[in-house]
Design a protein around this ligand. Structure first.
Ligand SMILES: Cc1cc2nc3c(=O)[nH]c(=O)nc-3n(C[C@H](O)[C@H](O)[C@H](O)COP(=O)(O)OP(=O)(O)OC[C@H]3O[C@@H](n4cnc5c(N)ncnc54)[C@H](O)[C@@H]3O)c2cc1C
Length: 452
């Protein structure tokens, strides 16, 4: 148990005082914690979600980070079974000597496997999409302390409901994942008008058998130009001998760029016309694991007291890219959002999770911006966030849930039409509303007043 009982996230914007913090080390510890305490329970992995998704007031908080062991590994089948509190970077260190990689994960490697499944994350991978596509099996502890094993063909209702359910149905304690080969990848980068991007994507990237990673950066402040960056499989010699990022401190230059783009006059212009052309001028060949092991420390500002960096994400069907970009740009410009970047990624359709954000082939728009921490600033952000959600929904899309929960209830249900199914399942499996966090408190708790 821990004395400091405030659970917060990386932005510092969401402090929540909990009743106690427990750090389980095994499935048995989780079962015992849930059975011995009969009140509300919240679950946290890396605590990188940005809107209170890891905590609820007066809950028993299960901090999963001590459940970080590899349980089984088969280099022949390219599979790994792990405890759910392990981070991607720990798995990378384990599998790299076997020339294997995590198949699907985020751009940075600090996140836990359990936190990633609960959000159903994605990365910059081509031909893949939500992380559920790489999940072979997981073990879940439910509200009554019972333990269940789920695969895409066994306990399927739970499999497709738990992934993407933000810890609302139980604690994911162990996971088996499919791995991929740690191939060498070569960077191909090209700047173009944002209007030309979709044709470029369809002609050069969408069906490329060699594309491993892809993203396109839309340049603020006008979002009219894009830089497409694709990493393709290659047999050429690496230009970067390291197989993995070392992690931790030592990112002074990267942090300076982040600061300069958002704080200096002409910062955004200098990034587009001076810094990026230099960064992309050289030939780069990396190991896939190197390109997948960035550390969030490179983004961390000196202080988050008065201002903080925050993420948001919107998802739009591939065919509606050209419709969404001007709508998004108009909102961001009108509200003078201090955006650092909008990174566009691609995802194949989700195979059936209830809270799927990729209901077909999808583009993800990842917005990284800076905001003040005072209440008036938070309220202003809420206003333009709701406008962006409307823009995404009007294009047949949705928004991402691990960030600040500014969406109204109506927007939430418009963006996640199957949420009511998940709510019905929660009523059945967690009748005492034990598993909670800010997201469940905001959108689910009010529905409890209505009889089923
Ligand atoms: C710098 C940065 C970059 C990011 N990049 C990406 C990206 O490229 N792609 C992307 O998809 N997302 C991205 N995200 C969002 C990130 O993937 C999610 O916030 C993810 O949940 C973080 O993992 P975590 O271990 O910190 O989870 P946490 O924030 O700790 O938890 C997230 C949710 O999962 C639940 N949870 C955690 N562990 C368990 C468990 N074992 N069992 C049940 N429920 C659990 C929590 O209750 C919470 O609701 C980024 C976030 C940051 C800060």
């Amino acid at each position: 148990m821990q004395n400091n009982l405030v659970v917060n996230d990386v932005t510092g914007l969401n402090p929540v005082t909990v009743w106690a913090i427990n750090k389980p080390q095994s499935v048995e510890d989780v079962v015992e914690a849930i059975r011995r305490f009969d009140g509300p329970v919240s679950v946290g992995g890396g605590h990188f979600s940005m809107g209170g998704q890891t905590a609820s007031p007066n809950s028993l908080h299960l901090d999963m980070r001590s459940m970080n062991k590899v349980l089984l590994f088969s280099p022949v089948d390219k599979t790994i079974r792990v405890q759910a509190g392990i981070r991607w970077c720990d798995i990378q260190r384990f599998v790299d000597p076997h020339d294997l990689s995590v198949k699907i994960m985020q751009t940075y490697a600090n996140f836990t496997v359990g936190g990633s499944l609960s959000v159903n994350v994605h990365g910059r991978y081509m031909g893949l999409g939500p992380v559920i596509l790489s999940v072979r099996w997981f073990k879940l502890v439910m509200a009554d302390g019972s333990v269940h094993e789920c695969t895409p063909t066994q306990n399927t209702e739970l499999f497709y409901a738990v992934i993407g359910s933000y810890g609302g149905l139980g604690v994911i304690v162990e996971v088996e994942l499919q791995l991929a080969d740690n191939v060498k990848v070569k960077r191909l980068a090209m700047k173009m008008s944002a209007r030309d991007y979709i044709e470029h994507f369809k002609a050069k990237v969408r069906h490329s058998k060699d594309a491993i990673f892809h993203n396109a950066d839309l340049y603020p402040p006008d979002y009219e130009r894009a830089r497409s960056v694709t990493w393709v499989r290659t047999e050429e010699a690496v230009t970067e001998p390291r197989r993995l990022h070392r992690g931790g401190a030592g990112y002074a230059l990267e942090r300076y760029f982040v600061w300069a783009v958002t704080e200096t006059p002409l910062g955004k212009w200098r990034r587009e016309y001076l810094i990026d052309p230099l960064l992309y001028a050289s030939r780069k060949v990396h190991w896939r694991n190197f390109e997948a092991s960035y550390d969030v420390a490179e983004l961390e500002p000196a202080s988050r007291k008065r201002t903080t960096y925050v993420l948001q994400e919107y998802f739009v069907p591939v065919e509606r890219f050209d419709e969404f970009v001007p709508k998004m740009a108009e909102v961001l410009k009108r509200h003078r959002v201090n955006a650092l970047n909008v990174s566009v990624r691609h995802a194949q359709a989700d195979p059936g999770s209830v809270m799927a954000w990729a209901r077909g082939e999808t583009f993800a728009f990842v917005l990284y911006y800076k905001q003040r921490t005072r209440d008036s600033a938070k309220n202003r952000v809420a206003v333009w966030t709701r406008e962006l959600i409307d823009a995404a929904v009007s294009c047949g899309g949705t928004y991402y849930l691990p960030y600040q929960p500014h969406a109204t209830e109506e927007q939430f249900h418009a963006a996640y039409p199957r949420a009511k199914e998940l709510f019905a399942l929660k009523r059945r499996l967690d009748p005492g509303f034990r598993f909670r966090n800010v997201l469940w408190d905001k959108y689910y708790a009010p529905t409890l007043a209505t009889p089923t």
